[in-house]
Design a protein around this ligand. Structure first.
Ligand SMILES: Cc1cc2nc3c(=O)[nH]c(=O)nc-3n(C[C@H](O)[C@H](O)[C@H](O)COP(=O)(O)O)c2cc1C
Length: 234
């Protein structure tokens, strides 16, 4: 299995440690090739709102050299992992800045057919609270990409750092991480359809495209995929 991991933390501490537990469990479950990106150094640009991608030319985005390799790695992967610390009750700016570059493949525009075959695991760590909101924010984007199954795991550290977590609490955190990893792993490579929500969103967007409510680039894309003539990406 190919797994693409995106790290939204500027440092390799709590969130990184939590992802290593996930990786250890994945390695126990089967053979996995990883493609890992640290957004802080590898794709940190803010979207400049030029609309080049929305208008059909994502390869001409001023940040394409940073952003497109990450997007290509995600497209090539069977599974996606998004890992972020909670900053002021949400994902980090690094993660959000990356997601802003993905609007052109929201279902309302030009979704990649292969996204409908993928599963994702969203994980966040916090000192105390906010993981639910951070995970939900990331998951919202993934739903709009068409990702088939999305699993979430929120870890509240309640300690000065990963290494300072008392052993019994650390054990229960690791158990939770391993359990979510098992669910994620089981969903990889299966032929299950996307959730009802994702399928419904696709059909609403198809109606919209048929009424030519989007850009001409979007309409041409949907037509090329055969999605206006009854074909589906799932
Ligand atoms: C700018 C900033 C904002 C934060 N906001 C929150 C927050 O809203 N809620 C919370 O529980 N922890 C918050 N934290 C703590 C981190 O989420 C927590 O320490 C996390 O595990 C750090 O992950 P890392 O070690 O991977 O960077 C914040 C930390 C920073 C630096």
């Amino acid at each position: 299995m190919k797994i693409c991991i995106l790290y939204g933390s500027p440092r390799k501490k709590n969130t990184y440690a939590a992802v290593q537990v996930i990786k250890e469990q994945l390695n126990r479950l089967g053979k996995v090739d990883y493609n890992e990106y640290f957004l802080q150094t590898e794709s940190h640009d803010f979207c400049c709102g030029c609309y080049t991608c929305i208008e059909g030319h994502e390869e001409k985005c001023p940040h394409a050299a940073h952003v497109q390799p990450v997007i290509q790695a995600m497209r090539d992967a069977d599974g996606l992992i998004f890992a972020t610390p909670v900053y002021v009750m949400d994902m980090t700016a690094q993660m959000k800045a990356f997601l802003d570059h993905t609007g052109y493949f929201y279902m309302v525009h030009r979704p990649y057919p292969e996204m409908f075959q993928k599963s994702a695991l969203v994980i966040s760590t916090a000192a105390g609270g906010g993981t639910k909101d951070a995970n939900a924010s990331i998951a919202r984007s993934l739903k709009h990409w068409g990702v088939r199954r999305i699993f979430s795991c929120g870890i509240s550290i309640f300690a000065p750092g990963w290494d300072a977590i008392p052993p019994t609490r650390k054990q229960s955190i690791e158990k939770k991480l391993r359990h979510t990893t098992d669910l994620f792993w089981r969903s990889l490579g299966t032929k299950k359809r996307p959730t009802l929500h994702t399928r419904a969103l696709f059909f609403v967007m198809r109606m919209m495209q048929k009424k030519k409510a989007g850009t001409s680039a979007d309409a041409a894309y949907w037509s090329r995929q055969g999605w206006l003539d009854g074909k589906k990406p799932f």
